[in-house]
Design a binder for this molecule. Sequence first.
Ligand code: PMP
Length: 365
Amino acid sequence: MTQPATPRIFNFSAGPAVLPLPVLEQVQRDLTSLPGVGMSVLEISHRSATFDRIAEAAEADLRRLVGIPDHFRVLFLQGGASLQFAMVPMNLLPPGGVADYILTGTWSQKALAEARCVGSVRVAGTTETEAFSRIPAQHELDLSPGAAYVHMTSNNTIRGTQWGAPPDVGDVPLVCDACSDILSRPIDITRYGLVYAGAQKNLAPAGLTVAIIRDDLVARTPEQLPAMLQYRVHAEHGSHYNTPPVFTIYVMGLVLRWLLDAGGVEAIAVANERKARRLYDAIDASDFYRGTAARDSRSLMNVTFRLPSEELEQRFVREASAADLSGLKGHRSMGGIRASLYNALPERGVAALVEFMQDFERMAG
Ligand code: PMP
């Protein structure tokens, strides 16, 4: 492997986030001229055979990695997960219907707020009174019989919590915002009606949203919606209704290949467990660091913790950054520290962080 011109530091950012180095190197190598094409991927038409091949391969690899059956469509959309907060109710919540929302943090609250603009919604479970420090248990959910769908957020990027397994919602379609843990571990996609994710954490650079949606839900799309907001239009046009983000889809294709070559979702899940355990063990072994998420709800992707004072936290972030450990400042709404350990964050990065934490505690503790 060639060395990058400038050495890379460890990037713990919550997103846009670290991408696999071999992917970046391939992008760099092929940027001015795609092999066999003679043009940059930045310059090719989204209607070209070259891009068709790129998009088809990316979809096929995603299907393989997740295990997506034929009765689900894969859509490449734009507008981020935030547009999905609106598109989900616009497409799936009929007049007179009600949608259930399980609130586990800021992003599910935002999803709920957007759905309120569209139709009738209910909070079917929330841990807000506990500062969203844990995921609700099944028996705490109050699901509406006959709801149009149930919305959940599988991993709470800001709070650092994650569902162990999806809730049991019976026959009601489960809609999942999987922005910050898609492809981090195996899931049974058939338990969901729709899974969506902005690409900028585990999939690609920013600019692409992936939606995996069951055929019967695509069919729910009301005809009177503007075309760009209809799942059906995107499905019928193979995500080519308008110009898709060609470059981002190309990079995602390389990331998916990298993941397949690395043993797929099962293998990365083992590495992700190991990375998270190493960091949580370091937190638990000290009185200086304090994890913010309840133990049974801890996220393997975003590890959040506090130090004894905000001053120490600021110093921690500053000195970590000087030690080439970047992106550790907690979300502005939470404070504290957040280390995001997405698929492409190497295990060496976690080792370096743990060593830094131990040194910092010795100096400042
Ligand atoms: N949901 C979750 C869980 C997220 O982490 C984020 C972004 N960090 C969003 C939604 C919003 O995504 P976007 O910026 O792509 O709209």
